[in-house]
Design a protein around this ligand. Structure first.
Ligand SMILES: *[C@@H]1O[C@H](CO)[C@@H](O)[C@H](O)[C@H]1NC(C)=O
Ligand SMILES: *[C@@H]1O[C@H](CO)[C@@H](O)[C@H](O)[C@H]1NC(C)=O
Ligand SMILES: *[C@@H]1O[C@H](CO)[C@@H](O)[C@H](O)[C@H]1NC(C)=O
Ligand SMILES: *[C@@H]1O[C@H](CO)[C@@H](O)[C@H](O)[C@H]1NC(C)=O
Length: 312
């Protein structure tokens, strides 16, 4: 309890001191929930949404950045995870969204070199909620897709469509009694480790993975969320993570587990429902996507917010 109180004080201090380094680049004018984001080789962002399975492109360096519709994904009402698979191509997960349950979960690819051509790679009949997705650095055409409800990682070869259950682990599952039954959520593969958040368990953790995404070691929990929900995240080259946190904040987690709020926070209106993050410009800039939400009776739509990080 004591540490929660201290944490609250710290986060509001951090919010006020960092407020001016946060700039909204864009928000949708009608309600669109942005779920995930990734950086293209040309510096643009791709944004997955729950808006009729639409994918958008946004140039954050434009003087007036705006989301431009790139593609819709046939058979999906919502798209979730996105991961680069090389040459400006991306794997995307999507399905027909219900309440903590999706039908017809599908892995697609989209080729941005040929005007956003979408292909269906695999249909995952037993998947329930595909969420974060990551490609393997040494085999980028192979992706791991986190299933928040089954509590597993699926491994999908985007060349062949071959799909298998790569890892089942308690740490990937939501506890039986959780009110929001979302287990593994954000996912990244870096430096021989799979990093993930588990929303219902309130953890950020990692485990060793072989280059081919077949063998896994033991889960090591890096940090606990102290009652907040954690969504997607991005890692910097020092192994620190920036995580979307449910009190409208971005929290930085050092490899030691030490945490600090670097943007937004309960007292701030800068970020309304942060969902995912991208690092850019030699890790001096974060782009944060949000789902929007209702604050004091006013409905806000999904945003893309730029956060300038202090230089190291
Ligand atoms: C799933 O896909 C099948 C085949 O295309 C379709 O008939 C069915 O309506 C889809 N399910 C939902 C819930 O949309
Ligand atoms: C992409 O679209 C543009 C404009 O519609 C067209 O001129 C171009 O040929 C297309 N390129 C490919 C690779 O399909
Ligand atoms: C869920 O169960 C665990 C262990 O049985 C318990 O520690 C935890 O407080 C419970 N959580 C809720 C939200 O009931
Ligand atoms: C978009 O952002 C502006 C500026 O913060 C805000 O005034 C407006 O209410 C937002 N609109 C929606 C739909 O979120």
């Amino acid at each position: 309890m004591h540490s929660l109180v201290l944490w609250g004080i710290f986060s509001s201090l951090a919010t006020s001191t960092l407020a001016q380094s946060t700039t909204q680049l864009f928000n949708f004018s009608s309600y669109v929930d942005i779920e995930n984001s990734v950086l293209r080789p040309n510096g643009h962002l791709l944004l997955t949404t729950f808006d009729k399975g639409r994918l958008y492109d946004l140039d954050p360096h434009s003087p007036s950045p705006a989301a431009k519709l790139v593609a819709t994904f046939p058979g999906s009402t919502a798209i979730t995870g996105i991961a680069p698979i090389g040459d400006d191509k991306f794997a995307v997960s999507g399905g027909v969204r219900g309440s903590y349950h999706y039908d017809n979960e599908t892995i697609y690819t989209i080729d941005m070199r040929s005007n956003g051509t979408v292909d269906v790679v695999a249909k995952l009949g037993t998947a329930i909620m595909l969420n974060g997705m990551a490609s393997l650095p040494s085999h980028p055409h192979i992706v791991l897709s986190a299933d928040s409800r089954v509590g597993v990682l699926w491994r999908v070869d985007t060349h062949t469509g071959t799909t298998n259950l790569a890892l089942q682990d308690d740490y990937l599952m939501a506890p039986e009694n959780s009110s929001v039954p979302i287990g593994v959520n954000g996912l990244k593969v870096v430096g021989g480790y799979v990093y993930f958040t588990n929303t219902a368990r309130g953890i950020f953790a990692r485990l060793p993975v072989s280059d081919d995404g077949v063998r896994f070691g033991q889960v090591h929990v890096i940090a606990h969320s102290d009652g907040y929900s954690w969504d997607d995240f991005i890692l910097d080259t020092d192994g620190a993570a920036y995580v979307a946190q449910s009190n409208n904040a971005v929290v930085k987690i050092l490899p030691s587990g030490e945490k600090m709020v670097v943007a937004g926070g309960s007292e701030s209106m800068a970020l309304i429902g942060p969902t995912s993050l991208v690092l850019d410009d030699h890790e001096t800039v974060l782009y944060v996507t949000t789902r929007g939400g209702t604050v004091d009776g006013v409905e806000y739509s999904g945003q893309v917010v730029k956060v300038e990080l202090p230089k190291a």
